[in-house]
Design a protein around this ligand. Structure first.
Ligand code: PEP
Length: 250
């Protein structure tokens, strides 16, 4: 039985003070929480330390939105895995479509980052997903499989890796993939993992759905056999909504 995982990606939103306030509100809204669903929060880099302190003892994981694949050096604007680990991060989101779209992230750089995060002892959330044009061309399966195989090239062990299927056309647009559409691609991703690592690993790997998940649709999506939780953007900026989505995974 795979434990569901719901992570809030706050993207480039909230000051440090606002982030701390929101994290505290999420803890309150979750109340006793639930053991059936792992929860995580990915604030901006400047807010990681303060949010980490606010989350201390709550059981909610501190998640980074990205990292660099070098240890240190002349990489202006970048942050290393060592720095993220030192501040208490346990997961790093890698290959988000906004990183691929606006910052030139490729399957090759995604792969380098994944290897670095896993070597550091943190866990990875690998994002994959097709654009609207790719879906309309009928190449969703090809694109998503390529992102999975490219991202995981040479990665021997994916015990500490979660995959997030996020159709680009559903991110921040209010257009959610239907539960059947999402399930179809989640199955395809699991089959791709099976081809690379075998049945046992493919049945164990968790695959989150992301793309306009809300409290009102989370339960239906999470009920699908291959959907193991969600990566939540907009709705994670409201404590009550995010808590309701986490509870949908309980
Ligand atoms: C995301 O960016 O990971 C995401 C899923 O955003 P939203 O929930 O706002 O569509």
């Amino acid at each position: 039985m795979r434990r569901k995982i719901v992570v809030g990606n706050w993207k480039m939103n909230k000051t440090v003070a606002e982030s701390t306030e929101l994290a505290t509100a999420v803890i309150a809204a979750l109340g006793d929480g639930c053991s059936g669903c792992e929860a995580g929060i990915a604030p901006t880099y400047p807010a990681l330390d303060a949010v980490g302190r606010a989350l201390d003892g709550s059981g909610i994981a501190l998640v980074a939105q990205n990292c660099h694949y070098e240890d240190d050096g002349a990489y202006t604007g970048e942050v290393s895995t060592g720095m993220l680990k030192a501040v208490g991060c346990t997961y790093v989101i890698i290959g988000h479509s906004e990183r691929r779209q606006y910052f030139g992230e490729t399957d090759e750089t995604v792969n380098l980052r994944i290897k670095k995060v896993l070597a550091s002892g943190m866990k990875v959330i690998l994002c994959v997903g097709e654009t609207l044009a790719e879906r309309e061309e009928g190449v969703t399966g090809t694109v998503v499989s390529r992102q999975v195989t490219g991202g995981l090239k040479g990665v021997a062990d994916i015990t500490d890796l979660v995959i997030a299927y996020e159709p680009v056309w559903a991110i921040g647009t209010g257009k959610t993939a239907s539960s059947d559409q999402a399930q179809e691609v989640h199955r395809l991703i699991r089959d791709t993992v099976k081809g690379m690592y075998g049945t046992e690993v493919s049945e164990a790997v968790r695959i989150q759905y992301g793309g306009s998940v809300k409290a009102s649709n989370a339960e239906e999506l999470f009920a699908m056999p291959d959907i193991d939780g969600g990566l939540i953007g907009g709705a994670s900026l409201n404590a009550a909504d995010f808590a309701a989505i986490v509870k949908a995974g309980c």
